[in-house]
Ligand binder design. Structure first.
Ligand code: NDP
Length: 248
């Protein structure tokens, strides 16, 4: 229970990697705000499950690309629990197409949802973390940010932006007791990967040293460590979680 008494926000916390992270942090004793956009049923059910198991959780609807919604979400946490120790920027989407056919609205939607959201959420929690002299921020990037991926120029740009943002922010707040890190998963078995064409999945599988895709729990375990007090000397780091696919 190394996170007992701590307060965490997990964006997109009701499904996939976000859901696994919510469970992991709640199991470690954290009180969790489960952010969702469309998955109200899943978010409410997960919150109820955590509360029934003796934890503390609530589901909150907010589009993380919307400044006002993010401000409202952070205020709701402060009203309820009075502090924020942990922010996990997990929410993300894809809208794939080769660049020559990528529509400006596809570009913008992914940049807004996957990158601007990280800016908005970090900006909303930093003042309270600075006042407390403690904070842990982890954002979910992607191997696409490091290696590139066909059909994902928008996604890779957003995910690479997360890395630059996080390293710069890590320097800005390092002396306030706040660490800022990034995880960069390869393919992980969630709804998002269901949209990857079969040929691309088969190609990836033969390139991954461990020979299989990751599980959401395997990403969540790494996030749990990075948001724990024990990870106090790790900041500005990008941790690949890819089964030995790229090994940069
Ligand atoms: P899923 O598609 O399973 O889940 C996406 C999550 O993002 C959902 O919880 C969804 O919430 C949330 N979300 C999307 N848009 C918004 C929004 N505007 N506001 C709030 N929440 C939003 O994907 P994964 O679990 O696979 O992905 C989680 C993260 O991991 C993403 O950032 C993704 O880019 C990244 N990633 C995933 C990889 C993979 O192979 N799966 C690999 C590398 C990185 P709701 O359902 O409520 O709309």
């Amino acid at each position: 229970m190394e996170l007992r008494g701590q307060v965490a926000i997990i964006t997109g916390g009701a499904r996939g990697i976000g859901r696994a992270t919510t469970i992991e942090l709640a199991n470690a004793g954290a009180r969790v705000l489960i952010n969702y956009q469309r998955s109200a049923g899943a978010a409410e059910a997960l919150a109820a499950e955590i509360v029934a198991a003796g934890g503390d959780a609530f589901a909150y609807q907010a589009d993380v690309a919307d400044e006002q919604a993010v401000t409202g979400m952070v205020q709701a946490v402060l009203d309820r629990w009075g502090k924020i120790d942990i922010l996990v920027n997990n929410a993300g989407i894809t809208a794939d197409a080769p660049l020559a056919r990528l529509r400006p609205e596809q570009w913008q939607h992914v940049i807004d949802t996957d990158l601007t959201s990280v800016f908005l959420c970090c900006r909303a929690v930093i003042p309270t973390m600075q006042r407390a002299g403690y904070g842990r921020i982890v954002s979910v990037s992607s191997l696409a940010a490091l290696a590139g991926n066909v059909g994902q120029t928008n996604y890779a740009a957003a995910k690479a932006g997360i890395i630059g943002l996080s390293r710069s922010l890590a320097r800005e707040v390092a002396r306030d007791g706040i660490t800022v890190n990034v995880v960069a998963p390869g393919y992980v078995e969630t709804d998002m990967v269901e949209t990857v064409p079969e040929a691309l999945r088969a190609w990836a599988l033969q390139a991954i040293a461990i020979g299989r895709f990751g599980r959401p729990e395997e990403v969540a375990a790494a996030i749990r460590f990075l948001v724990s007090p024990r990870a106090s000397y790790i900041t500005g780091h990008v941790l690949t979680i890819d089964g030995g696919w790229v090994m940069p």
